[in-house]
Design a binder for this molecule. Structure first.
Ligand SMILES: Cc1cc2nc3c(=O)[nH]c(=O)nc-3n(C[C@H](O)[C@H](O)[C@H](O)COP(=O)(O)O)c2cc1C
Length: 184
């Protein structure tokens, strides 16, 4: 792993929701986190925080809370060897001013970028993964004893996997989503 070009990685990536029961070494996860750490962010505020769950008991305790009730469709993630909980630090003044003046929650953009760095580095190292936006954020925060100044924004399931048989999801043609100089 590691010899693929960026475009090959991008083209090969698809969401992985079934994993091999194989432990992910700490060095592999640390390299993913390092890729996230170096991501750009508005005003360089780096609002992201990552809580890595890589112990089966921790994942079970967390998942029983976070993936309950209407969120039970995400219970597949209980079998993931790793769940990365992505948090945002909320008490950053620049972000508050930006949200007030511009109406944009910049920290969500920042987290999306850092999470993508993390995920693509994971794929580069032979892992697969899936973003998780459908979970009970309140129960997740309680289960993890997250201090008030952080918000649990999303999670990511990661692990080794067998090549999925499913074809990749259909994506819009380029002409439908991108234009040069003028809107159609
Ligand atoms: C912000 C975000 C949240 C997502 N949340 C979930 C989720 O809760 N459960 C799930 O199974 N997939 C989730 N996904 C995965 C998407 O369903 C998937 O990326 C999409 O269907 C495209 O498929 P692909 O990733 O294979 O290209 C999420 C993806 C993103 C980017």
């Amino acid at each position: 792993m590691g010899s693929e070009s960026f475009m090959e990685l991008v083209k090969g990536r698809r969401s992985i929701r079934r994993f091999l029961p194989k432990k992910v070494p700490r060095e592999v996860m640390e390299s993913c986190l390092e890729a996230a750490r170096l991501a750009p962010s508005g005003e360089n505020v780096q609002p992201w925080r990552f809580l890595v769950l890589d112990e089966p008991d921790r994942i079970r305790d967390f998942g029983e809370q976070a993936f309950s009730g209407i969120y039970r469709f995400t219970r597949w993630a209980l079998k993931a060897p790793v769940i990365v909980v992505i948090l945002a630090k909320l008490d950053i003044l620049t972000n508050r001013i930006g949200a007030h003046l511009q109406g944009t929650q910049y920290y969500l953009l920042d987290i999306g970028i850092a999470g993508t760095h993390l995920m693509m580095r994971a794929y580069e190292q032979g892992l697969g993964g899936c973003w998780i936006g459908w979970f009970n954020a309140k129960k997740a925060a309680r289960a993890l004893r997250v201090p008030k100044k952080y918000r649990v924004v999303c999670c990511m399931a990661l692990g080794y996997y067998e090549e999925p048989r499913k074809r990749r999801k259909k994506k819009y043609e380029l002409g439908k989503v991108a234009w040069f100089n003028e809107m159609p």
